[in-house]
Design a protein around this ligand. Structure first.
Ligand code: ATP
Length: 199
């Protein structure tokens, strides 16, 4: 199975772009959504998170206290890195099983993750798509979607690798600035991937 990674900063529009690929029949593994599920369901992950961030990281019903966790890790780079070191390997294992389960029934499959480059998981992909958008647009999108303050969004942006850095790893770039057509860019990349695969 040809594995294509898709990444980009918070609010760049990764998920929106992936929906366009799905419309072309391409399966997508949403790593960030899976990571959230793993955080609430994987017993070994839960144990490690409690050890790192304290028992308050989980409610008595076993669900993660996401606000508490976010408040801690988005104010402390070391803690964020340690949390990622717990969650990323579990997601990596889960996603590689997902790719295997597809059994070559599709021309390629996508894995979407915000921290694909930072975590090193891009190395497991054959090619990488980076989604970009101007920072002010990303901030406004996330403020609207997540009801966060501008300051909170800026803090999250600063905890991620700058967009310019990410572009160095890209085989394909999608500019999701609200002006260039996402559908057209996705279609062109889809055709290029199919062509490269045929050679
Ligand atoms: P995150 O990393 O936070 O999960 P993301 O990169 O997956 O974000 P999306 O969730 O796809 O980004 O987009 C962020 C918000 O911006 C969503 O509410 C989405 O509907 C909106 N959005 C994305 N692209 C566009 C666009 N081209 N025009 C208008 N709104 C858009």
């Amino acid at each position: 199975m040809l594995k294509i990674g898709i990444t980009g900063g918070i609010g760049s529009g990764k998920t929106t772009v992936c929906k366009a690929f799905e419309a072309l029949g391409i399966p997508v593994y949403y790593a960030d959504a899976e990571a959230k599920k793993i955080l609430s369901s994987d017993p070994a992950v839960k144990r490690s998170v409690k050890k790192l961030l304290g028992d308050q990281s989980y409610f008595s019903n076993g669900k993660p206290n996401r606000k508490y966790i976010a408040a801690l890790v988005f104010n402390d780079k070391t803690l964020l890195a340690k949390l990622n070191e717990i969650v990323h390997p579990a997601v990596a294992l889960h996603s590689s099983r997902w790719f295997e389960s597809l059994k070559n029934e599709y021309p390629y499959a996508l894995k979407e993750a915000a921290l694909m480059i930072e975590s090193g998981s891009y190395k497991e992909m054959h090619q990488l798509i980076v989604v970009t958008a101007p920072e002010n647009i990303r901030i406004q999108r996330v403020v609207k979607r997540d009801k966060l303050s501008e300051e909170e969004v800026k803090k999250r942006i600063q905890s991620q690798m700058p967009e310019m850095e990410k572009l160095k790893y890209a085989n394909f770039v999608i500019c999701n600035d609200g002006e260039n057509s996402v559908i057209l860019q996705v279609w062109n990349i889809h055709q290029k991937i199919l062509k490269r695969k045929a050679h």
